[in-house]
Ligand binder design. Structure first.
Ligand code: NDP
Ligand code: 2IT
Length: 443
C-alpha cells in the first residue's frame, strides 16, 4: 500500500473536507509502513474500513431567539467506530463547525479512546451554532432543540456525548435536562454532567491536568521536570485553564493565554490569584482575554497567536491548525524544546515536520489530551455502578492512564534511541481497534 494512492482515494471519496484529509494523512504516514509489515491488516482492508464512519447523522435545529424569530442551524453526530465500546466523544458548538471538521475529530477520537485502555468507540458531533453573544435563554432553547433530535441516536450503551469547544457545564446541563425529559430515565448518556446529577469529580479539570501529566512523563524520560520551565499556553477555555492550574502546581511559569481576539503576555507568570480572575472571566462572565491585560497591567497582542514568545514548552490548547510551519519555526528558533498538544490537531502537517527535524519532543493530541475522555469513561462507570469515586481516587486513576498512554507511545514509537510520539500513539491506538475488527470478521 502506498501513502499517495491511499490519500488520493480518501480525498476523492471525501471532497471538500481538508481537516479530515489532514487527520487521515497524519495517521496514514505511520500506519501504512506498519500495515505493510503486518499483512493481516491489509488483507482485511482495515485502513480502508476505518476511515469510513459507521454513520453520519445530519439534522436541522430550529430554535427561537429572544426576539421571537425562528433560527436555523445544522446539527451533526458522526458515529465513527464502535468496535471497542459505545460511541464516545464531544459536541462542539462553533460557527466553523462542518461535517469535515467533525469527521476529523471523530476519526481522531477512535485512536485516542483506544489509547485510554477503556472501552469506548469514537464519535463527535456538534453544530454551527455560536454561543457567543447569545443569552442564557437562547442557549437553553438551542440546546433543547438540538437534543430533541440527537436523543433519538444516543444512549448509555449506544453513544455517549460530552463537551468540546463551546460546550461546557451550562450546555451539558441544558442538554441532559432535555434528554432526561424525553426519555423518562436517569442514565449516564452524557458526560461532563454537574456533580449533583451524575457528574464525575475531576472531569472539568481532566483534560488540562492529564496534558500536564503527559508532559511530565516526557520530561521524566529526559531526567527533567516542569519546575521553573517557561510555558506558553494558548486558548483560555476549559483545557487551557486546567493546564495552567496544574502547571502552577508543578512550579512552571505560564506567561501567555489567548482567545480568538489575541494573546496576553505576562512575563511574571500566572499565579493562583490571576487564574481565579481567568476562571471568573471565562467560566462565569464569558468576557475577553484582553481584560486580563487591563487588570494585571501586562501586554495584550491584538489579533495574533502567542508563538513568538520565547519558551521552554508550548501547550497549544485552543483549536486545530493553530501552529503552522512559520509558528513552529519561530518556536524552535526561540528555544522551545517540548510541544504538548492539549487541543485536537493543533499543528499542521508542515508544522509537525519542523518539530521533527528539530528533534523537539512533540506529544500528539490523541495521546496528550486523552485525560478528558478517560475521566468521561470513569463517569460512565460510576453512573453504571451507581456510586461516586473521590477526587483523589480519580486523580490517581488519571495519572495511571496518562502514564500507560506514555508507555504505549514508547513501546510503538521508540526508534534509534529517540521517541517518535506521533508514530507511537498512532500505531498503539490503531492496533487494538484493528485487532478487534479482525476478530469480528467482515461486518
Ligand atoms: P472552550 O470552548 O472551553 O475554549 C476554547 C478556547 O479556544 C477559547 O479560548 C477560544 O477563544 C479559543 N478558540 C476556539 N476556536 C478558536 C479559533 N478558531 N481561533 C482562535 N482561538 C480559538 O473549548 P475547550 O477548552 O474545551 O477545547 C479546546 C481544545 O481542546 C479543542 O481543540 C478541543 O477539541 C480540545 N479538547 C477538549 C476537551 C475537553 O474535555 N473539553 C478534551 C480534549 C480535547 P474564543 O472564546 O475567542 O472563541
Ligand atoms: O476531544 C475530546 O476528547 C473531547 N472533547 C472529550 C470527549 C469526551 O467524551 O469526554
Amino acid at each position: 500500500m502506498e501513502l499517495e494512492t491511499f490519500m488520493e482515494d480518501v480525498i476523492s471519496k471525501n471532497p471538500g473536507q481538508p481537516e479530515f484529509h489532514q487527520a487521515v494523512n497524519e495517521i496514514a504516514i505511520n500506519l501504512i509502513p506498519f500495515i505493510n509489515k503486518n499483512p493481516q491488516y491489509e488483507k482485511a482492508s482495515i485502513l480502508e474500513r476505518i476511515v469510513e464512519p459507521d454513520r453520519t447523522i445530519v439534522f436541522r435545529v430550529v430554535w427561537e431567539d429572544d426576539e421571537g424569530h425562528p433560527r436555523v442551524n445544522k446539527g451533526y453526530r458522526v458515529q465513527f467506530n464502535n468496535a471497542i465500546g459505545p460511541y464516545k466523544g464531544g459536541l462542539r458548538f462553533h460557527p466553523s463547525v462542518n461535517l469535515g471538521i467533525l469527521k476529523f475529530l471523530g476519526f481522531e477520537q477512535i485512536f485516542k479512546n483506544s489509547l485510554t485502555t477503556l472501552a469506548m468507540g469514537g464519535a463527535k458531533g456538534g453544530s454551527n451554532f455560536d454561543p457567543k453573544g447569545k443569552s442564557d435563554r437562547e442557549v437553553m432553547r438551542f440546546c433543547q432543540a438540538f437534543m430533541t433530535e440527537l436523543s433519538k441516536h444516543i444512549g448509555e450503551d449506544i453513544d455517549v456525548p460530552a463537551g468540546d469547544i463551546g460546550v461546557g457545564a451550562r450546555e451539558i446541563g441544558y442538554m441532559y435536562g432535555q434528554y432526561r425529559k424525553l426519555h423518562t430515565e436517569f442514565t449516564g448518556t452524557l458526560t461532563g454532567k454537574g456533580l449533583d446529577y451524575g457528574g464525575s469529580p475531576l472531569r472539568t479539570e481532566a483534560t488540562g491536568y492529564g496534558c500536564v501529566y503527559f508532559a511530565s512523563e516526557m520530561l521524566n524520560v529526559q531526567d527533567q521536570t516542569l519546575e521553573g520551565k517557561t510555558c506558553l499556553v494558548s486558548g483560555s477555555g476549559n483545557v487551557s485553564i486546567y493546564t495552567v492550574e496544574k502547571l502552577i502546581d508543578e512550579g512552571a511559569k505560564v506567561v501567555t493565554l489567548s482567545d480568538s481576539s489575541g494573546f496576553i503576555y505576562d512575563p511574571d507568570g500566572l499565579d493562583t490569584e490571576k487564574l481565579s480572575f481567568i476562571k471568573d472571566l471565562k467560566e462565569v462572565r464569558r468576557g475577553r482575554i484582553s481584560e486580563y491585560a487591563a487588570e494585571f497591567d501586562c501586554e495584550f497582542h491584538d489579533g495574533i497567536k502567542p508563538w513568538k514568545v520565547p519558551c521552554d514548552i508550548a501547550f497549544p490548547c485552543a483549536t486545530q491548525n493553530e501552529i503552522d510551519e512559520s509558528d513552529a519555526s519561530l518556536l524552535v528558533k526561540n528555544g522551545c524544546k517540548v510541544v504538548c498538544e492539549g487541543a485536537n490537531m493543533p499543528t499542521t502537517l508542515e508544522g509537525i515536520k519542523v518539530f521533527e527535524n528539530a528533534d523537539i519532543l512533540h506529544a500528539p493530541s490523541k495521546a496528550a489530551n486523552a485525560g478528558g475522555v478517560a475521566v468521561s469513561g470513569f463517569e460512565m462507570s460510576q453512573n453504571a455502578l451507581g456510586l461516586t469515586w473521590t477526587h483523589e481516587e480519580i486523580d490517581e486513576k488519571l495519572h495511571v492512564i496518562m502514564r500507560r498512554i506514555h508507555e504505549q507511545c514508547i513501546e510503538y514509537g521508540k526508534q534509534n534511541g529517540t521517541i517518535d510520539y506521533f508514530r507511537g500513539a498512532n500505531i498503539a491506538g490503531f492496533v487494538k481497534v484493528a485487532d478487534v475488527m479482525l476478530a469480528y470478521g467482515i461486518v
